[in-house]
Design a protein around this ligand. Structure first.
Ligand code: GP9
Ligand code: MN
Length: 615
């Protein structure tokens, strides 16, 4: 007992620091998650980080060590309070891009500091009541060997524990740490030190690339590429809908195969099927998303650039300058807003939507969360509330709505839809989610039609990405009544529908060209007469034959399909593999060039000031 007391007395600064900062980290985690469970989960990484800090301080003499720990305590307290205040206001965590953007706009400091309240005093209390634990002279002067032993032991235990926690998260949620799709989850489960360290690491990694100058001849090549692409863009659709409103609906996990399909002779998507008959329908439209899933779909659609090859674009390039669809429409005096009934910070939307130039992002906190289906606010309630807001918007407007209820694993409380033998199966649940999403979409479109909005609006509806993961491939093949599946069949199944509805039901028809999400912006740019220049996709109404390149280097043009993972070419009409010819090899080189250009644009922020490429 005496011995323990002595150890505590000799290390009073370390013990005080450890105990109080642990409490602060637990409160931090609770403030973000509202759950006691995460408070337990965060304990190990918290202790681990604090042991590392105590270990590092222990290399110094006791006086310096104490002062160092007190200073670190102050810094951590400031970070914690800033994070919590920012979270209370923006439902997001302070990350470097958030901070830079926030300070730039002069928004963060004023709004966040206005939120500081009496409860925050808890976080600074120990700094006032325990300074003597740090500043009173600690008699203990360990010899060099004891000092080093203590420092190394603390450091070692801390490092092992921390690596274990970070590793466990990377196993449970494979892409989370590289894509950071939910910064809050990382912060509340790994604590503020780990979160800010990982965030800084990701930031420095991306910034390192951005600051390097791109060789002049590459910039010239990119310029030539766009010059060529932008020549002769006009066609009979140019400017047809200039000045109309634009409503884009991105539907969660809507794959093409459900369109027109039935279960027990009942249509899965009766509403979309009905609207397709009154619209232009693209039935060979592929998603082109990568690690950023939904957010990639939003990014590709609004920018016609490829998403990042690794990680999530919205997290790696949130500070880039973009030549986006909302910005181009703003030049024509449009009011631009995006609607999504989920946490604002998810996929870094609160930052990325500003970067893309949307006037407003109507996120979760703007809705009455009166009904939950699946991952959050039900599509039904979402559409109803968004409708009321859209109705009173200043015209002309561009509104992007991103749905949520049909999110994986499709186990929401969807309305009854008899899926017969597929009841309680993954496929069956997915079909129910689609039937539900379709009903809500139908209701929304009917309302827009009834009140005359559709008379002067273009509406585009598409799916964001795959719904059926490869482990359910056989179930899907069986549902579709196909005998066998090969890699081409699977690649061909990665389609999402694109429906474009025009005033007075104009332009009805089905287009079979191969196309993808990158093509929507150039199509709209032509229809609305926008002066956007740096789009890598193609106008869907141009006479050129369709083609699509995927982020992983696969590509297709309606005749051949190249699968980059296998380095194999397929003839789409026969479904058979074909030998690589000189022509195909050249095609491969050409196509991948586009991917490089897109990466160059993002990595070197070439659209900054929209001048660098022009020079
Ligand atoms: C959440 C939603 C889901 O906001 O967009 O994203 P996902 O998991 O599909 O990428
Ligand atoms: Mn999604």
């Amino acid at each position: 007992m005496e011995k323990i007391k002595k150890i505590i007395n000799n290390n009073l600064d370390i013990v005080t620091f450890f105990v109080f900062v642990s409490i602060k980290f637990s409160l931090y985690s609770y403030s973000l998650s509202g759950s006691f469970l995460t408070v337990l989960v965060v304990l190990i990484p918290t202790w681990a980080c604090l042991l590392i800090l105590c270990g590092l301080s222990s290399f110094f003499n006791t006086k310096t060590r104490s002062r160092l720990l007190y200073t670190i305590n102050i810094i951590l307290t400031v970070i914690i309070i800033a994070d919590i205040k920012y979270f209370a206001y923006y439902k997001d965590i302070v990350s470097i891009p958030v901070l830079k953007l926030g300070l730039l706009l002069g928004k963060v400091s004023s709004s966040v500091f206005a939120l500081i309240g009496i409860l925050d005093f808890i976080y600074v209390l120990d700094l006032f009541i325990t300074p003597h634990h740090y500043f009173n002279k600690i008699e203990y002067v360990p010899n060099r060997k004891t000092k080093l032993k203590q420092a190394f032991s603390l450091l070692l235990i801390g490092t092992v524990l921390n690596t274990g926690s970070v590793f466990a998260m990377s196993i449970n949620q494979p892409n989370l740490l590289s894509t950071m799709y939910s910064k809050i989850y990382v912060a509340e489960n790994l604590g503020p030190i780990n979160f800010h360290t990982i965030d800084s690491f990701n930031y420095v990694k991306a910034a390192g690339q951005k600051d390097t100058e791109l060789e002049e001849d590459v910039v010239l090549n990119i310029e030539d590429f766009f010059d060529e692409k932008n020549s002769n863009k006009e066609n009979s659709y140019t400017g047809l809908y200039e000045g109309s409103n634009l409503i884009i609906i991105q539907v969660e996990a809507l794959q093409e195969f459900v369109i027109g399909s039935t279960v027990n002779d009942v249509e899965i998507t009766p509403n979309l099927n009905k609207w397709i008959k009154k619209s232009t329908y693209f039935d060979n439209y592929f998603y082109q998303t990568a690690g950023g899933n939904t957010s990639d779909a939003e990014f590709i659609t609004n920018n016609s650039l490829y998403p990042a090859s690794e990680g999530a674009t919205c997290y790696i390039y949130p500070e880039n300058t973009l030549d986006s669809l909302p910005k181009a429409l703003k030049k024509k005096d449009y009011y631009t807003s995006t609607y999504h009934g989920y946490t604002e910070s998810f996929w870094n939307r609160s930052v990325m939507n500003q970067t893309e130039g949307f006037d407003d992002f109507i996120g979760e906190s703007s809705y009455n969360i009166d009904e939950i289906v699946g991952m959050g606010l039900s599509d039904k309630s979402f559409f109803n509330q968004a409708f009321n807001m859209i109705e009173v918007q200043k015209e002309p407007y561009y509104s992007l709505l991103v749905t949520l209820s049909s999110h994986f694993p499709y186990d929401g409380d969807y309305d009854d839809f008899n899926v017969g033998e597929y009841e309680k199966t993954f496929i069956g649940n997915y079909l129910k989610s689609m039937h539900y999403a379709d009903a809500q979409l139908g209701m929304f479109l009917d309302k827009l039609e009834a009140d005359g909005t559709l008379d002067n609006s273009v509406v585009a509806i598409y799916g964001d990405h795959y719904a059926i993961t490869p482990n359910y491939k056989d179930d899907l093949i069986q549902f579709l009544g196909m005998d066998e599946s090969n890699d081409l069949v699977w690649a061909e199944l990665q389609k999402v529908p694109l429906i474009m509805h025009f005033p007075k039901d104009e332009n009805v028809g089905i287009h079979h060209e191969y196309a993808g999400q990158m093509d929507l912006y150039p199509t709209l740019a032509n229809l609305f007469n926008l002066d956007s220049e740096y789009m890598l996709g193609n106008d869907l109404f141009s006479d050129e034959k369709g083609s699509i390149v995927f982020r992983n280097g696969s590509f297709a043009d309606g005749k051949i399909f190249y699968l980059s993972g296998l380095n194999e070419f397929y003839d789409i009409s026969t479904g058979k593999k074909i030998e690589e010819t000189e022509e195909l090899l050249n095609m491969k080189k050409d196509r991948t060039l586009e991917l490089d250009y897109s990466d160059d644009i993002l990595n070197h922020d070439l659209l900054k000031g929209e001048t660098e490429l022009d020079n």
